[in-house]
Design a protein around this ligand. Structure first.
Ligand SMILES: Cc1cc2nc3c(=O)[nH]c(=O)nc-3n(C[C@H](O)[C@H](O)[C@H](O)COP(=O)(O)OP(=O)(O)OC[C@H]3O[C@@H](n4cnc5c(N)ncnc54)[C@H](O)[C@@H]3O)c2cc1C
Length: 477
């Protein structure tokens, strides 16, 4: 440390950790990223799956100069088609189509991109390690660095000393410790011990099986070949069933098929790096011909449960030196539309606010500012994602009949399936516009201009400033 920059230790080299590293390096700080796995994107024991990256996520990557690389590894999504999961009379049963509004995309400065997990992480990894820009601070030039260590599992941490211990016994110490270690990560678990009554995560009854069908195989199948015909080629296929569902879309430069099945027929509490215990064709249940063919041609699958996660009261440790972000802070239901984009937003936001300080005395204030600004948005998105799963996997009954009727009526009227209906889908859609248009750099700047630059006391934060105002009003009264 040369006194002009802080040292950040980040646990986890996935989307949130690598995005934070990129943004903090750009802000002029030193970053050490510690990753348990042996390589970026997870161990190659199983093919990694697919990512849907909405405009709020990809515009940040574009702003970081990664547009060409990202686009070279992505299929551009134009919307989605909706079918009944079980089909009808042994055929597919089409409910309608939703096309992304070009105006929404242009307002949001992004696209809906469909990528492979491993490709996205490789791009972030390369960007994090790219030659740093020199920064002129207090009259002299400083060069920030990012170091990424693999096979570096954190097994202990001292939140007061801001240090972590690796399984190897090596100890690393920094000014700030960031837990980007996922929903079951060590730093998140340690923060839980600081809460009064943390509850266990609850399995919601559905597990997601994820598999890949390579294009060379898919195009030999008469049913799957249809996925490669425009406009279906650029559409996600949603299949809505009774307490189950499926999605299929083309992703990555090779245009392989990503296949996700939500099923109640599995109890495995698996991870993204373990093989599923059951074969995907044994958990699909009664389904239409497309799902049947996808299940038959799927390679090895993973099985990850959808959980209702405990919501941390505080993302910041009592010591004020440790913060969690990404899935470690706000675990969304698995394969939510926003898991990647919001993890990238978190990284961009934390980097942007820390571009305004290298003062160790302000770390606690800045970490609380991160939480105060990011938490309401993440909670809102989490609720929308849950509502979305509930609508798509509605059990057969009056609500499901109303949903299907609304979809079919919209389709017949030439409208987007989500445009209106009795299920308040329009409200859901309006929410999406707000979510897609968000820019974390603007949000962070707003915090800085309104609050951050006004204070230099170590405990200042939006909440603290408001409390001070209330106190001084009370004294005056
Ligand atoms: C290998 C892998 C493959 C995935 N594939 C998909 C997919 O195909 N589709 C999809 O929708 N989602 C996938 N996910 C989930 C997706 O990555 C996240 O939802 C999203 O990227 C937000 O991630 P995050 O960075 O907050 O957390 P995560 O992606 O969960 O990353 C957490 C990182 O922290 C590391 N870590 C955890 N504990 C420790 C420790 N004690 N010490 C050091 N490092 C630690 C993990 O190895 C991991 O790299 C995958 C996750 C992983 C880890």
């Amino acid at each position: 440390m040369d006194g002009t920059r802080l040292k950040f230790i980040i646990v986890g080299a996935s989307t949130a950790g690598l995005s934070s590293a990129i943004a903090l390096k750009a802000a002029g700080h030193d970053v050490l990223v510690l990753e348990r796995d042996s390589e970026v994107g997870g161990p190659r024991t199983i093919p990694t799956g697919g990512v849907r990256l909405p405009p709020n996520g990809c515009k940040i990557l574009f702003d970081w100069g990664l547009e060409a690389e990202i686009r070279a590894n992505a299929v551009v999504g134009e919307g989605f088609t909706v079918y009944k999961y079980a089909g009808k009379d042994s055929d597919r049963d089409y409910l309608g189509t939703h096309r992304w509004d070009p105006e929404l995309l242009s307002e949001a400065r992004g696209d809906f991109l469909q990528m492979r997990h491993a490709d996205l992480l490789r791009i972030l990894y390369d960007a994090a390690l790219r030659e740093p820009s020199r920064r002129q601070t207090n009259g002299h030039t400083s060069r920030s660095t990012v170091t990424i260590e693999f096979g570096a599992e954190v097994v202990d941490a001292d939140f007061d000393a801001c240090s972590v211990t690796l399984r190897s016994g090596v100890v690393h110490r920094g000014d700030v410790l960031i837990g980007a270690d996922g929903a079951s990560g060590f730093i998140r678990q340690r923060l839980l011990t600081e809460e009064d009554e943390p509850a266990d995560d609850e399995f919601n009854g559905l597990a997601v099986y994820s598999a890949i069908i390579p294009k060379r195989l898919a195009v030999t199948d008469s049913e799957l070949k249809k996925l490669y015909k425009y406009p279906q080629k650029n559409m996600v296929t949603f299949s809505v069933g009774s307490n189950r569902g499926a999605q299929a879309f083309l992703a990555g430069k090779d245009e392989d098929v990503v296949f996700w099945v939500y099923t109640p027929d599995s109890v495995q509490d698996g991870t993204w790096t373990q093989p599923a215990e059951r074969n995907i064709k044994d958990i699909v249940g009664a389904c239409d011909p497309l799902i049947e063919r996808l299940a038959l041609l799927s390679g090895p699958a993973t099985c990850v449960q959808i959980k209702n996660h405990y919501e941390l009261d505080s993302w910041v440790s009592d010591s004020g030196k440790v913060v969690v972000l990404g899935e470690a802070a706000h675990p969304f239901p698995i394969i939510s539309l926003h898991t990647y984009s919001v993890a990238i937003e978190d990284g961009a936001f934390i980097g942007k606010i820390f571009s305004h300080t290298s003062d160790p005395g302000r770390i606690m204030e800045f970490l609380h500012a991160f939480q105060e600004n990011r938490k309401p948005r993440c909670t809102h998105i989490d609720l929308s994602e849950r509502q979305y799963i509930n609508v798509m996997a509605l059990r057969d009954g009056p609500m499901q009949a109303a949903r299907d009727a609304a979809f079919r009526a919209n389709e017949a009227a030439g409208r987007n399936v989500m445009d209106s209906g009795d299920l308040d889908l329009q409200q859901m859609w309006d929410d999406m516009r707000t979510v897609f248009g968000y820019d974390p750099a603007d949000d962070a700047d707003e915090w800085w201009v309104s609050w951050g630059r006004l204070r230099d006391a170590p405990t200042a934060s939006k909440g603290k400033v408001l409390a001070d105002i209330v106190d001084s009003d009370a004294e005056c009264a």
